[in-house]
Design a protein around this ligand. Structure first.
Ligand SMILES: Cc1cc2nc3c(=O)[nH]c(=O)nc-3n(C[C@H](O)[C@H](O)[C@H](O)COP(=O)(O)O)c2cc1C
Length: 220
């Protein structure tokens, strides 16, 4: 897969030939540590790790990620050492996205939309869009992306989960990735997801299937 090929290219000669487990990186858009989104992401990460993979969590709220400045340097691609002219923590995240074998984008619904932390991250993926002419156009190159969404309103039709899912999905697909699954649930108070065994099980099953999809079958 593209992620493992990217990571393999960075190995020293002595490290090459060692089987590398697939890596899942979860990007969490909630500002509440231990809240519902975080708990759902942890369920995915622990299931992926239990299956034999490598798992990493990125809390967007803990990083310095400025909003896109609309300079369009990424569209021209000229003179850019990296994917984006804005020098902040997003530089490392572009690389993390490419190096992972699988991704999870997890967000609460805020005002019928992804949280501001998640939306700022999505805007900064403008360099990866299929509308770009640069070599990093659609850079996710078929990478599977799971989506996890929580919201307080128990009616999915009025909660904003549909709009939030559609925004996340459009960015995944425009960036060349593919949506592997969507796990969503109504949850409001901290601990609601932790008490919801059914949604935790759905998330664990989705993450285990993601691991299997990232793992080449053994030859007979
Ligand atoms: C600023 C703000 C806006 C919100 N907007 C919505 C909304 O549009 N629809 C909804 O169903 N819940 C909304 N919620 C509720 C959260 O999505 C819900 O409490 C969620 O469980 C929070 O996830 P967390 O524990 O990961 O932070 C909002 C909460 C906040 C703080």
């Amino acid at each position: 897969m593209a992620g493992r090929a990217n990571r393999a290219a960075m190995l020293t000669p002595g490290e090459k030939g060692v089987a590398m487990p697939p890596k899942l990186v979860a990007f969490v858009g909630s500002p509440r540590p231990g809240g519902n989104t975080d708990t759902l992401a942890d369920a995915a990460l622990s299931a992926f790790a239990q299956a034999g993979g490598e798992a990493e969590k990125v809390i967007l709220n803990s990083l310095s990620i400025r909003p896109c400045q609309g300079c369009l340097a990424c569209m021209r691609g000229d003179g850019l050492e990296d994917f984006c002219a804005v020098r902040d923590d997003m530089q490392g995240l572009h690389r993390k996205l490419l190096e992972a074998d699988a991704l999870l984008w997890a967000t609460p619904v805020y005002m019928w939309s992804p949280s501001a932390q998640m939306k700022t991250f999505l805007d900064r993926l403008f360099p990866f869009g299929d509308y770009q002419k640069t070599r990093w156009r659609a850079a996710l190159a078929g990478k599977p992306v799971g989506l996890a969404i929580v919201y307080a309103d128990p009616d999915p039709l009025t909660s904003g989960v549909v709009q939030t899912r559609d925004v996340l999905r459009a960015v995944v697909e425009a960036s060349g990735g593919r949506v592997a699954f969507v796990v969503h649930t109504a949850a409001d108070q901290r601990g609601d997801v932790a008490r919801n065994a059914a949604v935790l099980e759905r998330m664990r099953a989705a993450a285990s299937a993601l691991f299997a999809a990232c793992t080449p079958a053994e030859p007979d």
